[in-house]
Design a protein. Structure first.
Lengths: 306, 485
């Protein structure tokens, strides 16, 4: 029978190695428990670290999309309330027109109505020039106020303002002045003339017809006015639809963020119950190794030779 | 055999037992001495005189015991395996330490790493897209671009400083190695001298072998036994110690922290050589491993390059406006966006390294090209397009690009993590392997107290018995003397 010769030094060396192993595993668990993170450095789990980075980026992007959407919702909410006011004012103008078209009203009465219409026109222009956080709501991508307050001419452009709500997905949030209030001019047969259905033109025409006492023309203006009211309410419907779309996007983003958070957490966060159990287990292993070492290292023939 | 000769036999027994006890004592005393190899008394039975003469006869009875030497109980094969194991372990451990330090410098995954800075940067573009006319948002974007390029600079300089420490450590190691080599050669000389004089310089051999072991860890040297107990030391095919002669290693420090290699030569102008062990790992880290983190495929320089390329191209696709000087009513001229990131060294819009990426020094907040229209070069009488953020939207979406800086950076972190993780595995396997060899070596060469105690009893008994024999011989002679009186 052959036995392996064991040297005093090698027992000590091996015991030390095993103790160190147990201690280092204990330390890993301890650092997991203390930091709450399974991945504290890329080498802990290289694949997981890359995934965690990707999830973190997605999450940051998603949060930024929420910021974009919130900004868009603010913009559209403001536009909606302005358009409601425009509607109210135009309804008021329509009823004033009915009043002015009444043959029983004398010229001074019509003049009074006309000056009210002028007031409404100014209020309309103020509405059309509303800005949201310094950005004109109805001016397209122009930085200037949308309408010239004296002439009622449109100064903006017809470009789209949009918000990014998802990777590669933008949603238009603006309606331009011409879309809401009608184009300034119309071109027919090569001839460009002021657009009779433009809100500001209609109101100016109505006012001047009232002042001139031209009842027939006032009746025509009423038709144009109701056409203008229809255009405004169409725009409001568009605004409402986009508002809903952004709200849906917001809800979706919140859901997406929750799910990203959960996935990220399951990837990088420590399951405390599991880690604590492992820690206790590993601690027992360490204690056992210590005990065994202390017993083995004590024993040699020296103890028995007197 | 004469009675007088019998006294000698008893004496040789006493001496042998005494030497045995002394050797055992020495073994016990050195049970914990690093590098100590246990020793054993070699003894043979001494025969009688074989030269017959008139009065000298030999009746076949031996004349006691003679000590032929005190031998080191060593195993050449295991010693060589142990050296190789130590060299590999220290090589891997050193590389592991360096790369681990490098990966910790990136603080990923976390809220303070480069990845988070990239996200802030893209978000700033989105904020600009939402508020193209707001100068505060523009300034904030410039700020986050400058933070991002500073973070890239910092990451690169972290790697560079690790590299500097590694090359300084290599220089220190080289001078330690040269001292050790000279000492090994000096010890070789003494050992050869002692051996030629018939003495056994066992303790000196142990000390020299300890030095050789530390050389193996430092430089990955291998050995070959020479004449008269000397040992020849080799490294990567070059002879470093031949008997009593030692060469020295030489390496000029690298010319800069980012470029310049450490070239190791034997002697100041000698042939280039390759080290193993710690020095090998340090030289490899300085020459390849650490530079590769920056300029290697998928390295950090690639992140800086991708960032500058993507953003600069997108900037050039967009436009910004300036009010034409002296125009009333104002007119606006539109210009393509200038590069946002330039190389701090060359000023070029093509950025090649993470260490030199910087913000274009001439870029002002108003030159950030948030708008996509009108086309560059046009002059417009209106402010149309100034509220357009669609180019900023496009740039913000670069965050999702599969070839963009984010994606390059994520792969970089993944591959760095992989390298360290592989090294962790290799180190733990190699430590086990090396431990096994050391255990085997120790089981041959190390001191076992049980064995020493047993031998101590053996020698003690032998000594007592020899003393008793001497007493018996003495009494015999006394008896004889009394008879003749």
């Amino acid at each position: 029978m052959s036995t392996t010769r064991v040297s005093f030094g090698s027992v000590a060396q091996l015991s030390l190695y095993q103790l160190e192993q147990a201690q280092s595993q204990l330390q890993d668990l301890q650092s997991q428990l203390a930091s709450g993170n399974l991945i504290t450095k890329p080498s802990d789990n290289p694949g997981g670290a890359v995934q965690a980075l990707a999830y973190q980026s997605d999450l940051a992007r998603s949060k930024q999309y929420t910021t974009n959407v919130t900004d868009g919702i603010g913009w559209l909410g403001r536009a909606d309330s302005v358009l409601s006011d425009v509607q109210t004012q135009l309804q008021k103008a329509a009823s004033l027109a009915v009043q002015g078209a009444n043959a029983t009203v004398d010229q001074s009465g019509r003049d009074a109505v006309a000056s009210q219409i002028d007031g409404i026109r100014q209020a309309m222009l103020a509405d059309a020039n509303t800005s949201y956080l310094n950005r004109p709501l109805f001016g397209g991508t122009s930085a200037a106020t949308a309408y010239n307050t004296t002439t009622g001419a449109y100064q903006g452009d017809t470009n789209t303002v949009s918000r990014t709500v998802a990777p590669g997905t933008t949603v238009a949030i603006n309606v331009t002045g011409p879309q809401v209030f009608g184009a300034d001019t119309v071109t027919s047969g090569g001839v460009t003339s002021p657009n009779p259905n433009n809100v500001f033109n209609v109101l100016a025409q109505l006012s001047s017809d009232l002042k001139a006492g031209n009842i027939n023309a006032v009746n025509t203006d009423q038709t144009a006015l109701s056409a203008a009211i229809n255009t405004v309410s169409d725009s409001q419907a568009v605004v409402g639809a986009r508002y809903n779309q952004l709200q849906a996007a917001q809800t979706q983003l919140t859901t997406q963020q929750n799910s990203l958070q959960t996935t990220l957490a399951s990837l990088v966060n420590v399951d405390f119950a599991k880690a604590a159990t492992n820690f206790t287990l590993q601690n027992n292993v360490y204690q056992a190794a210590l005990k065994a070492t202390s017993m083995v290292m004590q024993q040699s023939l020296v103890n028995f030779i007197q | 055999m004469s009675d007088i000769a019998a006294i000698n036999t008893a004496l040789s027994g006493l001496y042998a037992a005494q030497d045995g006890l002394d050797t055992t004592g020495n073994n016990i005393a050195n049970a914990n001495t690093p590098g100590y190899t246990r020793q054993r008394v070699d003894q043979t039975a001494a025969g009688g005189s074989i030269v017959t003469g008139t009065y000298a006869t030999n009746n076949g009875i031996g004349t006691g015991v003679s000590i032929t030497g005190i031998e080191r109980v060593s195993d050449g094969y295991l010693e060589a395996r142990s050296l190789a194991g130590h060299a590999t372990t220290s090589n891997l451990t050193q590389t592991q330490t360096i790369l681990n330090e490098a990966q910790l410098g990136f603080a990923e995954p976390g809220a303070n790493g480069l990845s988070a800075q990239l996200q802030n940067f893209w978000s700033a573009w989105d904020n600009l897209a939402n508020n193209p006319t707001d100068s505060g948002v523009r300034t904030a974007l410039l700020g986050s671009a400058s933070n991002l390029s500073a973070a890239l600079n910092q990451a690169a300089s972290g790697v560079a400083s690790t590299r500097t420490s590694a090359s300084a450590q290599a220089m220190t190691d080289i001078s330690t190695i040269n001292t050790d080599l000279a000492q090994v050669a000096a010890m070789n000389k003494t050992i050869a001298g002692e051996t030629l004089n018939g003495r056994a310089p066992n303790d000196l051999i142990d000390q020299r072998n300890s030095l050789v072991d530390s050389l193996a860890q430092l430089a990955g040297v291998t050995t070959q036994a020479g004449a008269n107990g000397t040992v020849n030391v080799f490294m990567g095919g070059d002879t470093l110690v031949q008997g009593g002669l030692a060469q020295s290693l030489y390496a000029p420090p690298p010319s800069s922290t980012t470029t310049g290699n450490v070239t190791l030569t034997v002697g100041a102008n000698g042939p280039a050589t390759t080290a193993g062990g710690t020095l090998g790992a340090l030289v490899a880290a300085v020459n390849t491993t650490l530079p590769n983190l920056l300029s290697g495929p998928g390295g950090l320089d690639g992140v800086a390059n991708a960032l500058a390329k993507a953003v600069n191209t997108a900037q050039a696709n967009g436009v910004y406006w300036t009010q034409t000087a002296g125009s009333n009513p104002p007119t606006y001229s539109w210009t393509a966006g200038p590069p946002m990131f330039t190389d701090a060294g060359t000023g070029s819009s093509t950025v090649t390294t993470a260490a030199t990426i910087g913000i274009n020094p001439s870029l002002t907040a108003s030159q950030i090209a948030a708008s996509a229209t009108p086309p560059a070069g046009t002059t417009s009488p209106t402010s149309s397009g100034q509220g357009d953020g669609s180019n900023a939207q496009t740039i913000a979406e670069l965050a999702n690009s599969t070839t963009g800086p984010d994606s390059v950076y994520h792969s970089f972190i993944g591959s760095l993590g992989n390298q360290v993780s592989q090294l962790n595995t290799q180190v733990s396997v190699q430590t086990q392997v090396s431990l096994q060899v050391d255990q085997s070596k120790s089981s041959v060469e190390g001191v076992n107290l049980d064995q020493e105690m047993t031998q101590m009893l053996q020698y003690q008994q032998a000594y007592a018995a020899s003393a008793k024999y001497l007493n018996a011989v003495n009494q015999t002679i006394q008896t004889l003397l009394a008879a003749v009186q």
